[in-house]
Design a protein around this ligand. Structure first.
Ligand code: BDP
Length: 715
């Protein structure tokens, strides 16, 4: 008996001694971990019960379920569901289910269909936390907002917050193929188990929906923009409908990428010409069929006449002709078309950066009200740094949707730590100067344009079947940051990082982790493409350096096209003397950036071809400055792993090891980028290495010889 008691005492002591965060975690819970809190923190939660009066909808049940899951995790027992007020209750109220409670919030109506208010108050002598909204989905968003506040250490006893999304459509674009591979996916295979659908609805879809709803993401395009005709056939519509059923309670609508030539490829029409009546009629029937299966279907995303995809130009019709024909089919059902502006054609010998603007600007004002033009953040292609796309602010009569890439195709896949909050923020805060007094990209998006005033933001998802969802722990933060910025494009990347870190890792480590995150993207820019260089990545897979490549089928696939380095200098001249792309920006910006001395150094070689001897603001010449940036990138990657190592006592072993291993790999690859790039640029410039600079480890030939035929994520 004594021995048994002793053993029990030891067990209890050990259990008490092991802090909750030390328990192994594999990242599956994302930022919704709800790990046990100490007593003081439990008391601060003050969540004795959940009050909801009336019959709960599936959406309200999702809110209650989440609050219970969290309180169970944090305090050991789930807050019970009650109907009468009590001290410490979390009260969910809409004007429909509890008008008197909802009336506690002045001007609730102004928060619209998705907004919410959180407020601590005393009611009938009871201390409560009121979560009020106009609709059930607002209650779900409000519940997640309370959980976020609780999870990131906000003062819950002083809560008084109201929030409504600034953009209507907050959509993930999955580049997921029907065979479950994911184009530019580095997190395993697609989460959509198409083969098993529609009968088998993986439970993971619910967790996916919870995570998105926690951020306010309200749409998901299920399949790749490089789409297949089959996705619009009856069996696949049934599969998409099953996914839509699971996502619906969480406020998420399903969209599909449509291949423009679908009716022709399915041999149901003789052409795909958008102006042929049989084609328009086919799409109308198809839309009707889809809406019978998915009554709240969101609409189509279309990549047309881009990188070999079919489109209206195959029939000498314009992008507007194509988009409007589809829009007409969807309009009776209130669906929309998201028509991508990512176009460039090999046949045209003009600067690739110009082409989207050249094609779309003349079409401004000619799109149907339910068409949005989806524009990538920059004019080339999701590079570590690009100036904002000149279409923002220039299309005054067309609603534009931002397209960010959350998956890190060009920023080291899921193996490098690169927090994208600062990249997204940099674009959103860029001032287009298309209006007197300033007009940032975020403001352009928020204002919308066109008769229906549609607004939205899309993010190419980084989600897959990996246990971490995103391929690494830190890549979850990019999903998180996208969602938060889609809700509020003017939010701060640092604040978002802090919020994420506090919920995802032990709060004591949150500040240091935030600092690491905030430096990570610039580190990547420095060791890959400093000073405005771009598109220097390996052919096809886009991992690793290949600035020397000059032999691909079309000029604008070759890195040499983008850096134009030779004996004399480096950089792409986009001024009036060069490609003229600068003229696509507002006159004030075009003027400022046409002079290298008033161009921000980080965009210098994007807009200018300069001699290696060009004097930089730092006093160094361009060549020395370039090498210094590569060295800085390497030391920043080194700094990241050193900072992480110091956090060991605070982080659970499994996640600590996972991150350490990746940071070591990132450092090694930063060195590789630096060495290969310096070796190459030295070979073309013919200049000696600046004094005190380390020579590349291997010869240029060795870097050139490396091949990666099995790199992940290729289409
Ligand atoms: C490029 C990707 C390619 C995509 C394309 C797109 O390399 O896989 O299909 O963008 O956005 O960045 O359509």
């Amino acid at each position: 008996m004594k021995r048994i008691l002793g053993a029990i005492a030891l067990l209890v002591a050990t259990a008490l001694a092991v802090p909750a965060w030390a328990v192994e975690e594999d990242g599956y819970q994302l930022w919704m971990r709800y790990r046990p809190l100490d007593r003081a923190a439990q008391a601060r939660l003050d969540a004795s019960a959940i009050i909801y009066q009336g019959a709960a909808s599936p959406t309200v049940n999702a809110a209650i379920g989440e609050l219970q899951r969290a309180t169970k995790g944090w305090a050991g027992h789930a807050a019970p569901l009650r109907s009468g007020l009590q001290d410490g209750a979390i009260v969910l109220a809409t004007p429909a289910n509890a008008p008197q409670l909802a009336a506690q919030i002045d001007g609730l109506k102004t928060l619209g269909a998705e907004g919410y208010a959180l407020k601590r108050l005393k009611l009938q002598g009871r201390r409560i936390t009121l979560i009020a909204a106009n609709t059930d989905i607002g209650l779900l968003y409000g519940s997640f907002a309370w959980l976020r506040a609780a999870g990131s250490g906000a003062a819950l006893d002083k809560l008084d917050e109201r929030s409504a999304p600034k953009l209507q459509l907050r959509v993930l674009n999955h580049w997921d193929n029907l065979d479950r591979t994911v184009e530019r996916g580095y997190a395993g295979e697609s989460i959509w188990d198409w083969w098993a659908l529609p009968e088998v609805r993986d439970r993971r879809y619910i967790d996916y929906a919870r995570a998105n709803a926690s951020l306010g993401i309200n749409g998901a395009v299920l399949n790749n923009v490089n789409s297949k005709a089959e996705i619009l056939t009856a069996p696949w519509i049934a599969k998409a409908a099953a996914v839509a059923d699971v996502l619906r309670p969480y406020g998420i609508r399903v969209y599909l990428s449509a291949r423009f030539s679908t009716p022709l490829e399915l041999k149901e029409t003789a052409t795909a010409d958008p102006l042929a009546p049989e084609v328009a009629a086919w799409w109308r029937r198809k839309a009707d069929e889809i809406y019978r299966a998915i009554p709240d279907f969101g609409g189509f995303l279309v990549k047309a006449n881009s990188e070999g995809q079919p489109g209206p130009q195959d029939y000498h019709r314009s992008h507007a002709d194509g988009a409007n024909m589809l829009a007409q089919a969807l309009a009776p059902h209130k669906g929309i078309v998201m028509w991508r502006a990512f176009v460039y054609a090999a046949e045209k010998p003009v600067d690739r950066a110009r082409q989207a603007y050249d094609e779309f600007k003349p079409l401004d004002g000619s799109f149907a009200p339910n068409v949005m033009v989806q524009v990538k953040n920059g004019a080339i292609d999701f590079q570590p740094r690009e100036p904002f796309h000149p279409l923002f602010g220039a299309m005054k009569h067309t609603p534009l949707m931002m397209e960010f890439q959350i998956t890190k195709e060009y920023l080291g896949f899921a193996t490098h730590l690169a927090y994208l909050g600062p990249l997204f923020q940099e674009t959103l805060r860029s001032d287009t100067r298309q209006r007197e007094g300033g007009w940032t990209v975020a403001q352009v998006l928020e204002e919308g344009a066109g008769p229906a005033g549609l607004t939205g933001m899309a993010g190419v998802a980084n989600i897959g079947s990996s246990r971490t969802w995103s391929g690494s722990h830190f890549d979850q933060a990019n999903w998180y940051a996208f969602g938060r910025l889609a809700w509020n494009p003017q939010a701060s990347a640092r604040h978002i990082a802090q919020e994420w870190a506090a919920q995802t890792f032990p709060p004591a480590a949150a500040k240091d982790i935030t600092d690491m995150m905030m430096m990570s993207r610039e580190a990547v820019v420095n060791y890959m493409t400093p000073l405005g260089l771009h598109h220097l990545m390996g052919t096809g897979h886009h991992h690793g350096p290949a600035p020397w490549v000059d032999d691909l089928g079309r000029p604008d696939w070759n890195p040499v096209y983008y850096h134009k380095a030779d004996r004399k200098g480096v950089g792409f001249d986009r001024t009036a003397g060069g490609s003229g792309a600068l003229a696509q920006y507002a006159p004030e910006l075009a003027r400022r950036w046409s002079d290298p001395r008033s161009t921000p150094p980080e965009l210098l070689l994007w807009f200018h071809h300069l001699p290696w001897t060009y004097a930089m603001p730092s006093g160094r010449d361009l060549w020395t400055e370039l090498v210094a940036h590569y060295d800085l990138g390497v030391s920043q990657a080194d700094e990241l792993r050193k900072r992480w190592a110091k956090l060991r006592p605070m982080i659970d072993a499994e996640r600590f090891e996972d991150v350490s291993t990746l940071l070591d790999k990132q450092y090694k690859e930063a060195l590789w980028w630096r060495d290969a790039s310096v070796a190459y640029f030295q070979s073309v410039s013919g200049l000696p290495l600046p004094a005190g600079v380390r020579a590349p480890e291997r010869s240029l030939e060795e870097y050139k010889r490396q091949r990666f035929p099995f790199a992940p994520g290729r289409g």
